[in-house]
Design a protein around this ligand. Structure first.
Ligand SMILES: [Zn+2]
Ligand SMILES: [Zn+2]
Length: 202
């Protein structure tokens, strides 16, 4: 074993151990260094993709949480005209960045293509539609008949029957409250969030 091999297995071990200990950030740093040192090493490349996939999922969750917090902080009547802030946009871009790293290490990684399509859809359902469809087209050319991909594509592109793709609660149309006989009360369908609970587009 030469010096370079030793370094690579050290990074791999450190990454695996950190992950077991629940220290995700350290695991990510270690495997990123391992991959930079030996991108041709199959074990390193596989683990790198695994960690970066998880990283993309965590980042997209963060983007959506930030968006939800912003929507909830708005006056109820303003929720229907919510637009993403720069912080939300940047958070989604970071998630995309992680999936792109996976795809540069493993261009055939079906999961990365699927998850990236999901995040693009959440970012901007109408604006990113062409990109989402193209991504599934490429993925299915590489993995023809892959059921997981076909199912994911259907789930993502099908319009939500409950909110008509507005992502707002159909009962209160984003207001979070309903009124009857001049009495306003919290919307029973969304429990005041104003967000469609079926599709989770927001
Ligand atoms: Zn509601
Ligand atoms: Zn919906």
């Amino acid at each position: 074993m030469n010096v370079a091999d030793e370094d690579v297995s050290t990074y791999l071990l450190r990454a695996q151990r950190s992950l077991e200990e629940g220290r995700f950030q350290l695991a990510k740093e270690a495997i990123e260094r391992g991959y930079a040192a030996a991108p041709e090493d199959e074990k390193v490349r596989d683990f790198y993709q695994q960690i970066l996939l998880a990283d993309g999922v965590r980042k997209s969750r963060k983007a959506r949480d930030t968006r939800r917090d912003e929507i909830r902080a708005l006056a109820k009547r303003e929720r229907g005209s919510y637009r993403d802030s720069a912080a939300v946009k940047a958070a989604f871009e970071k998630a995309i960045g992680s999936f792109d790293k996976v795809l540069s290490a493993g261009p055939k990684n079906a999961k990365a293509m699927m998850l990236k399509a999901g995040v693009l859809d959440r970012m901007n359902r109408h604006g990113k539609r062409d990109e989402v469809l193209q991504l599934f087209k490429t993925a299915l050319e590489i993995h023809p008949g892959n059921e997981e991909l076909i199912y994911a594509r259907e789930r993502i592109i099908r319009p939500c029957r409950h909110c008509g793709d507005t992502a707002m609660c159909p009962e209160c149309v984003g207001a979070g409250e309903v009124s009857a006989l001049f009495v306003r009360s919290t919307c029973p369908v969304c429990k005041g969030s104003g967000i469609c609970g079926r599709c989770g587009l927001f």
